[in-house]
Design a protein around this ligand. Structure first.
Ligand SMILES: Nc1ncnc2c1ncn2[C@@H]1O[C@H](COP(=O)(O)OP(=O)(O)OP(=O)(O)O)[C@@H](O)[C@H]1O
Ligand SMILES: [Mg+2]
Length: 238
């Protein structure tokens, strides 16, 4: 399980994250909502070790991993799928996946690869093809698969449905639910609040670097401050 406590992130002069606490538990999805610039990505990036938090604590299964290098955090069982997918376009689907399994032994890697193909059959069908030839939604599945190659117990996903057609958004979010159902703890940032709320178990809503709501998803669906957080986003989308 992931626990983020009183996290602060600073860039030069601005404090992007101011005392954020959030958690992710096995088999469940914690949805992070908030308008553009609320500090969602900064929270994830700091938890993953990509930026050094100014203050606060990140623990994985009770172990303090605050400020560790990203690859060390991956070895401790947590992986971030950043915004924008970033698959290696000229490499094959399988080569992309194998790169994600760099922390594993060869035997383990082959075993997890088979599991990934079982979870995402389209990746198996296209395994020898260039990743750049996949559709946006398929590339997102590949980004998920690559993250799963390190056998994470916690996975953080930054806006996986960004820029996808509505039907693709549905299957990407279905895949997110599938990862949670496989027992992984999921921390999901999703700009499509309505669809995110459909699959979420817990919700953390952020505004201007702070948490303005934290609680069960069913409560979030009827809470005004959450509504405001995603009304802000909707306004920006239009
Ligand atoms: N590398 C950086 N250097 C300086 N400021 C940054 C940097 N990255 C983010 N910021 C600022 O920190 C604040 C939070 O940004 P962040 O990307 O975490 O928000 P977000 O909630 O993920 O937004 P979005 O919905 O647009 O992805 C913003 O004001 C942003 O301009
Ligand atoms: Mg972001």
């Amino acid at each position: 399980m992931l626990q983020i406590d009183d996290l602060h992130v600073r860039y030069a002069t601005a404090e992007a994250v101011r005392g954020v606490s959030a958690s992710a538990t096995p088999g469940r999805i914690t949805l992070v909502l908030g308008a553009n610039g609320a500090g969602k990505s900064s929270t994830l990036r700091a938890a993953a070790g990509l930026v050094t938090p100014h203050a606060g604590r990140v623990t994985l299964e009770g172990r303090d991993v605050t400020g560790l290098a990203p690859h060390k955090i991956v070895r401790h069982g947590m992986v971030l799928v950043p915004e924008g997918r970033r698959v290696f376009a000229p490499l094959s689907v399988e080569e992309n996946l194998v790169l994600g399994g760099y922390t594993a032994t060869r035997e383990k890697s082959a075993e997890v690869l088979a599991q990934v193909y079982e979870m995402f059959p389209i990746l198996g069908q296209r395994r020898a093809g260039a990743a750049g030839l996949l559709s946006g939604g398929e590339q997102q599945m590949l980004a998920f698969g690559r993250a799963l190659m390190s056998s994470p117990r916690v996975i953080m996903l930054d806006e996986p449905s960004m820029g996808l057609a509505p039907t693709m958004v549905e299957s990407v979010l279905g895949a997110v639910r599938g990862m949670a159902d496989a027992g992984i703890a999921v921390l999901l940032v999703e700009q499509n609040a309505e669809m995110g709320l459909e699959i979420a178990d817990e919700v953390v809503a952020m505004a201007r670097g702070e948490v303005v709501f934290s609680g069960p998803a069913e409560q979030a669906r009827s809470n005004a401050s959450v509504l405001l957080a995603f009304l802000g986003e909707a306004a920006l989308v239009e």
